[in-house]
Design a protein around this ligand. Structure first.
Ligand SMILES: Nc1ncnc2c1ncn2[C@@H]1O[C@H](COP(=O)(O)OP(=O)(O)OP(=O)(O)O)[C@@H](O)[C@H]1O
Length: 269
């Protein structure tokens, strides 16, 4: 006989707690590493203060805190609109377990991109290349020159050739096609990056903060190649490593229900 009787109520309570823990963990995973963590800490302090004020029956403080909660809610929605949007998009994409593990068209482009990037780095030609994943980059592509051309090393080298009309701005790649070139990307907040990194790198980080895009940056100044994802910039390493990392991350992010649905979600230009 069990020491505690397993009543339906008890089971439901356990399920209830498990759900709350899972949701809390998911929310934390989604905002981990973003500025929303600071916000969460602020809200926890506010919640603790509110609890204490209620417990001690401090009427005036409770009333003020109530007003602060209302203002804070509106402010949070306005200030963190990009993060909230991104979080909801991530939720919409489903749990990682549901993601397909299979090759996508984007991977075919990876080898060509890596070859172009190696050449651009060698000649110290600045470049900014964004790979679209689940979040549609249409709004950024439409700000540039729409191309819809098959990705090739030669095409990318031509686009980033200095003194040409398309070299300024970013190239956006979806699957195996260059969707657009000369695209303006959103800049990351000033404090996120070391001051020696200029606007090209800031733009790469900025896009990766707002979307799940993978961005490759070649520095004109130093010829170094960086890979940017989820707001983090890291050295891309040798071309072979870049191919491996890009392939893995592109594959990992593909959904189980494939390409057609993603297009309907707003990815198409
Ligand atoms: N918001 C942006 N969106 C797209 N491209 C941008 C953006 N900002 C800058 N760029 C590109 O970066 C170029 C200027 O880069 P800047 O020298 O400021 O950056 P950087 O990070 O120091 O790069 P580098 O190390 O290559 O010099 C611009 O000519 C433009 O092509």
């Amino acid at each position: 006989m069990l020491p505690v009787e397993l009543s339906p109520r008890l089971i439901l309570n356990v399920v209830d707690v498990v759900f709350v823990v899972l949701i809390a963990y998911s929310v934390y995973s989604l905002i981990r590493g973003t500025r929303a963590v600071q916000l969460l800490k602020g809200l926890l302090v506010l919640a603790a203060l509110t609890g204490i004020a209620h417990w001690l029956r401090l009427t005036l403080l409770s009333w003020i805190l109530e007003k602060i909660w209302t203002v804070a809610f509106v402010a949070v929605v306005i200030i963190f609109q990009p993060e909230i949007r991104r979080m909801l998009e991530k939720l919409g994409r489903g749990a990682p377990l549901l993601r397909a593990i299979g090759a996508g068209e984007g991977e075919q482009a990876v080898g060509q991109v890596a070859a172009a990037v190696a050449e651009l780095a060698r000649t110290r030609t600045g470049a900014l290349i964004a790979f679209e994943r689940e979040t549609g980059l249409r709004e950024f592509a439409e700000g540039g020159i729409l191309l819809d051309a098959l990705v090739s090393r030669e095409l990318l080298l031509t686009i980033f050739e200095p003194h040409t009309a398309l070299h300024d701005g970013a190239v956006i790649i979806r699957d195996d096609r260059v969707v657009a070139a000369g695209c303006f990307l959103p800049l990351a907040a000033q404090k996120v990056l070391p001051s020696h990194l200029g606007s090209r790198h800031r733009a790469a980080v900025g896009l990766s903060e707002l979307t799940d895009a993978l961005v490759v940056v070649v520095s004109e100044e130093t010829g170094t190649v960086s890979l940017v994802a989820d707001g983090k910039l890291e050295p891309a390493g040798e071309p072979d490593k870049l191919v491996a990392v890009l392939s893995e991350r592109l594959r990992d992010k593909r959904k189980i229900w494939g390409r057609g649905d993603r297009r309907r979600k707003g990815g198409a230009t």
